[in-house]
Design a protein around this ligand. Structure first.
Ligand SMILES: Cc1cc2nc3c(=O)[nH]c(=O)nc-3n(C[C@H](O)[C@H](O)[C@H](O)COP(=O)(O)OP(=O)(O)OC[C@H]3O[C@@H](n4cnc5c(N)ncnc54)[C@H](O)[C@@H]3O)c2cc1C
Length: 385
């Protein structure tokens, strides 16, 4: 592939934006296309904050990717006007010493990465804003924290354009290959964009553009997040004192963030909600989800009992069958790469997903079996946490 070749990247969420950035940085002509704008309100990348951590149980592949991505996030944060990365640390905890915790410690040791194993007493001393009743073990990663999701993608796309990349606001129609290849996409406006290679990084819309291939392999589920105002003047919920956290809660995970940029202390239930269409799902928060999160909050964060709701958002995970990403060529278009399946944990990996996707497209990186289309089943059983 010569430097004058043209790549069209469709989808300016975190995966498409990083892929476009890497291709542009490698000297290729890149057109990035999005139907609604980078990290828009309904995109999976359009939220306020996303956790980044390298603890992934036995899944060393994601530990390595999170670590390598963090360096790229930090570089972007360093040139962004407002911070993109808040290094407040992340703690995962549970009632029992599950294999997940033992495996994460082993993987970190093998890769030479820091991680602290804390027992219930140590956790309570270090993080007094959390009630650790019933918790036996936690893993603390001091070097990780929160990424400002929408800001980071919009900053990256802005830098991509300043560096010579093109951004087009338009909705791609389902592409029509000829002779096993694609030579252009057509937008809803009728405009055609010709290119040598294509990347479709459409997040929860991927199955909508390719329903026969991906309709059952990638499934969007409703996810709700809530923010609460901490007590006035109380420093215990600020990022200087409080980490990002996830309570394994016997397999029914809740997670949250400190009061980042005065938005409120964030809580979410990680369980998959109802299957939804990202275009039509009702974005009003539900009473049931709010009550569920408040019940959890009042138990684990008793200092926040009665804290008023400051904001709520309804988003979606785009789940692959087991939580592994999809980075593979379309079986009927040898020059079109499909990228997605973020599965509720993809954001932190954006830089490395983009690098891997660019490498696959250019033929400079080998295929990773876990990201193949062949491993994406139509029967869903989440395995990556
Ligand atoms: C509530 C919630 C919490 C999460 N928490 C975390 C977390 O703590 N840590 C973490 O690492 N990850 C987290 N994730 C997951 C992460 O946010 C996603 O995996 C990631 O943002 C997916 O990015 P994407 O680029 O694949 O999709 P998107 O951001 O949805 O981008 C896809 C883009 O494609 C565009 N598009 C679609 N169809 C077309 C078309 N036909 N033509 C042109 N453009 C089109 C869309 O407009 C959109 O902008 C969370 C997700 C949610 C919803």
């Amino acid at each position: 592939m010569g430097s004058k070749d043209h790549v069209a990247v469709i989808g300016a969420g975190v995966f498409g934006a990083w892929c476009a950035h890497h291709l542009n940085s490698a000297g290729h002509k890149v057109t990035l296309v999005d139907a609604h704008g980078p990290a828009h309100a309904r995109a999976s990348s359009g939220g306020e904050s996303r956790l980044t951590r390298a603890g992934y149980g036995k899944d060393a592949i994601y530990t390595r990717m999170a670590h390598d991505s963090l360096a790229q996030w930090k570089a972007l944060s360093a040139v962004s006007g407002l911070p993109i990365f808040h290094p407040h640390g992340v703690v995962f905890f549970g009632a029992t010493e599950e294999d997940y915790f033992r495996d994460a410690v082993r993987v970190h040791a093998e890769l030479g990465l820091p991680i602290e194993r804390l027992d219930g007493r140590q956790l309570a001393r270090k993080f007094p804003m959390i009630d650790f009743t019933g918790v036996a073990v936690g893993l603390y990663e001091p070097g990780f924290g929160a990424l400002m999701a929408r800001r980071s993608v919009q900053t990256l796309v802005d830098r991509f354009v300043r560096a010579g990349g093109s951004y087009v606001h338009g909705a791609a129609r389902t592409p029509e290959p000829a002779n096993g290849r694609l030579d252009h996409i057509t937008l809803a406006s009728g405009e055609k964009i010709a290119a040598d290679r294509f990347v479709f990084a459409l997040g929860p819309w991927l199955p909508k553009l390719f329903p026969a291939l991906l309709g059952k392999r990638i499934v969007a589920t409703r996810q709700e997040v809530f923010f609460f105002a901490p007590p006035a003047g109380d420093p215990r919920f600020l990022p200087a004192a409080m980490p990002g956290w996830a309570d394994f809660n016997q397999g029914d995970i809740y997670y949250g963030f400190p009061d980042l940029e005065s938005r409120g202390v964030k809580f979410a239930h990680d369980a998959h909600g109802a299957v939804v269409d990202p275009d039509t799902q009702d974005r009003r928060p539900s009473k049931e989800a709010l009550a569920d999160v408040i019940a959890f909050r009042d138990r684990r964060f008793p200092l926040l009992r009665g804290a008023p709701l400051t904001e709520a958002r309804v988003c979606q995970y785009e789940n692959s069958s087991n939580g592994d990403f999809l980075i593979d060529f379309h079986p009927e278009m040898s020059n079109a790469l499909l990228v997605g399946g973020g599965s509720g944990h993809g954001f932190k990996h954006g830089p490395e997903v983009g690098r891997h996707a660019a490498g696959r497209l250019l033929g400079t990186l080998p295929a990773e079996p876990r990201f193949s289309l062949a491993t994406k089943s139509e029967t869903h059983n989440r395995e990556v946490h």
